[in-house]
Design a protein around this ligand. Structure first.
Ligand code: SF4
Ligand code: SF4
Length: 428
């Protein structure tokens, strides 16, 4: 069987690394652990050893690859153009094939990745259960009685659990929302998977802001999860299925742009072609699809922004989302948008290019390292004196919300489009 490119690290990508070490200081796990094998250079060396047949895919290898946040900060730092994102995704896919997990772990992953994330019904059912847990007072009671205090990691996870936001966004999927005023753009919005339950208000704000900026916003009903979580977990086969579903759902719409408000999804959506064989029909279709994908801040910065704002009195700092900054090289656009809002005082965040420790499900799998990165991040936030933290990715929002509760002053955490939405609402 010919493996589609990138289902393991490719020799041509590995050879680009000249082992200079200029990426080391940019790597959160190297900064945290100080271990060469947990640095980008060390990980690339191990991948090359495996590719050359000099090292098996053993437990050590699995551990060092698993500790990588896949934040891609090393990619930005690398002067040799090493595409580390491709390498780590390939390594994780190879691990998935060659080092099978214990049965229980495989069953749980199958349930989450192959069933729950792909089913609106199961996502909504989970969301309603979480809503009941919170609204019935059960959560408050269990926290007040210190139930989670002695449970170590489980207690940490309870703190990180997102809050479901009813009504869920699923009811909007399949609908088209008209532009306010003249229609200048026809765009499709990809609503994500978990965002429909845990970030319904963010999705609504995204649609409103696009409408305010002359967009007719279609939310095609045949769309599904983008597959980013699958790809980042090494499950490229499932990611590929999601890619096929979304390409088929949107390619005939003739949209000017396909918009996402989630940086992690955006990276994978823009890299859909990498999931398919060179020269294949799917690769060509994926390339046409990906060329239209834009992060919402990228899109808004590229059109004539509607500046009919009211004043927003906030002192704001901005945490770059890794997959927006390092994955998509987008940093100026969100700052330009924030800077355009009257009343907002902007304070740059020191070391904003370092990951907050969210990284998909990293904060669940490696809670200690994740919390340590988060604590450092919140110290930087405090140094800015900002009363509001803005970012561009729901996963980062959850992590920063947990950080604000645990290590700081419970500052509100907002997405860039929520800040814009507030400015339009302030105008009335
Ligand atoms: S992706 Fe991030 S954590 Fe992984 S090696 Fe690169 S900088 Fe380090
Ligand atoms: S990944 Fe780039 S910066 Fe890091 S050691 Fe290799 S060549 Fe140098």
């Amino acid at each position: 069987m010919t493996l589609p490119i990138l289902d393991k690290p490719q020799p041509a990508d590995l050879k680009k690394c000249v082992h200079c070490g200029l990426c080391l200081n940019a790597c959160p796990t190297y900064r945290e652990l100080g271990v060469e094998m947990d640095s980008p250079r060390g990980r690339i060396y191990q991948m090359a050893q495996v590719a050359a047949g000099k090292m098996p895919v053993n437990d050590d290898y699995v551990e060092h690859m698993g500790l990588c946040l896949a934040c891609r900060a090393c990619e930005t730092a690398c002067p040799s153009g090493v595409q580390y994102g491709r390498l780590i995704e390939g390594a994780l896919a190879q691990i998935e094939r060659e080092a099978p997990r214990p049965l229980v772990s495989r069953l749980i992953r199958r349930l989450v990745f192959a069933k729950i994330l792909r089913s609106r019904f199961l996502l909504a059912a989970g969301g309603y259960k979480l809503l009941f847990y919170r609204k019935s007072g059960l959560q408050q009671m269990m926290r007040a009685t210190g139930f989670f205090d002695g449970l170590g990691r489980l207690g940490e996870l309870e703190q990180l659990a997102p809050e479901a936001q009813a009504p869920f966004f699923f009811s909007r999927i399949g609908k088209t929302f008209p532009a306010e005023g003249e229609t200048r753009h026809r765009v499709a919005f990809l609503a994500g998977c978990m965002q429909n339950v845990f970030f319904s208000r963010l999705n609504e704000a995204t649609v409103r802001v696009l409408q305010k900026n002359g967009c007719e916003v279609a939310i095609p009903g045949e769309q599904g999860c983008c597959g980013a979580l699958h790809v980042h977990a090494g499950l490229r086969g499932l990611g590929r299925e999601q890619a096929r579903q979304n390409i088929a759902a949107l390619e005939k719409g003739g949209y000017d742009a396909v918009i996402t408000n989630t940086a992690g999804c955006g990276s994978v959506l823009k890299e859909y072609p990498d999931l398919f064989e060179t020269g294949s029909a799917w690769r060509r279709r994926a390339a046409e699809f990906s060329a239209k994908v834009q992060d919402v801040s990228e899109f808004l910065a590229s059109v004539e922004l509607n500046r009919d704002f009211g004043e927003v009195r906030r002192t704001v700092t901005y945490q770059d989302s890794c997959h927006l900054l390092h994955g998509q090289k987008i940093s100026a656009q969100p700052r330009r948008i924030i800077g355009a809002i009257p009343g907002v005082v902007f304070r740059e965040l020191p070391l904003t290019e370092l990951c907050c420790g969210s990284a998909g499900v990293y904060n669940v799998e490696h809670t200690d390292i994740s919390m340590s990165l988060l604590e450092d991040k919140m110290r930087m936030v405090e140094a800015t004196g900002a009363d509001t933290i803005v970012t561009a990715n729901p996963g980062c929002m959850l992590q920063l919300q947990a950080g604000a509760r645990k290590f700081s002053k419970r500052q509100p955490v907002m997405h860039v489009v929520e800040l814009l939405d507030e400015a339009y609402a302030a105008r009335g």
